[in-house]
Design a protein around this ligand. Sequence first.
Ligand code: CUA
Length: 335
Amino acid sequence: MLAYNLIAYLQTQVSALPEHRVANIFKPLASPAEWESSLGWFVIAVTTGIFLVVGALMAFTIIRFRQRPGDDTHQEPPQVYGSNQIEVAWTVIPILIVFVLLGVTARVIASVQNASPPKQELKVTIIGHQWWWEVLYPDYGVVTANEIHVPASRDGKMATYLQLQSVDVIHSFWVPQLAGKTDLIPNRTNYMWIDPREPGVYLGNCAEYCGTQHANMLLRVIAQQPADFQKWIAGQQKPAVQDAGVTQQQAMYGSLACVNCHTIRGTKSLGKFGPDLTHLMDRQTIGAGVLMNDAKNLRMWVNDPQDPKPGCFMPSMKLTDKELGQVVEYLQSLK
Ligand code: CUA
């Protein structure tokens, strides 16, 4: 099943936006990630320095004091005890290095956490579920899943503030190019913020083992030009499209247990357990990034989600071919 995961990552891009597929903290494209990667480079520089000094001293000692032909193998070298200078040096220097690293790290953490919000900010609540992300825009009454649309912030005047919560176990929100990891913990709200500098699709994933499908708890941050973001959010605020061409298909969907778990705003489907499907076709992926969202994959997913995502909480509804076709047709009308 890993193959599905890989396919989702390797698929050609599905939107006009460039995809930032770099799972690498050293290519930051947002302020928190940039500060953290500078810290990363600093720590690497210091530890490389330590490695070189220690390695050079060891190499010197090994070569200079190696056994030579004719050495008496049973003779110990002179034993030296109690050099105050050396002991003070190898105690004080490491302590100073540790304090410098601690201080610099604390400063970066504090500057990320205490950064004052810019004038324009977007609030988004992310709720971790086994194994998908619920995404709410409280100021707009919008609910979606797994793909977080935000405005890009080229001039640093816009940031997105994330409230992180969980309904079950501990998850961790991580989009390497945007910010460090922050856990989503039951009965607690954590905060973080991102300000993607370039429009594009930033890939991320859950970074805390949270059960069978932890590896398939993928997420996308879709940064758009502010005007495009406003258009997107206006589209999301509308209730589901009522397409007269799929009335029968909608009735079929409505007769199934799907309605107990999924919300489609403007219909009688009001379940809360699974992702909101009101504008399902707006999403690039299904199953939290496991499959690209196209007709073939959607059919495969509805037929048996346990195939691409074994252990997930959506069961196979054992639909007949005709029922399956109708449900998929209805879902595809949810633009
Ligand atoms: Cu959610 Cu790992």
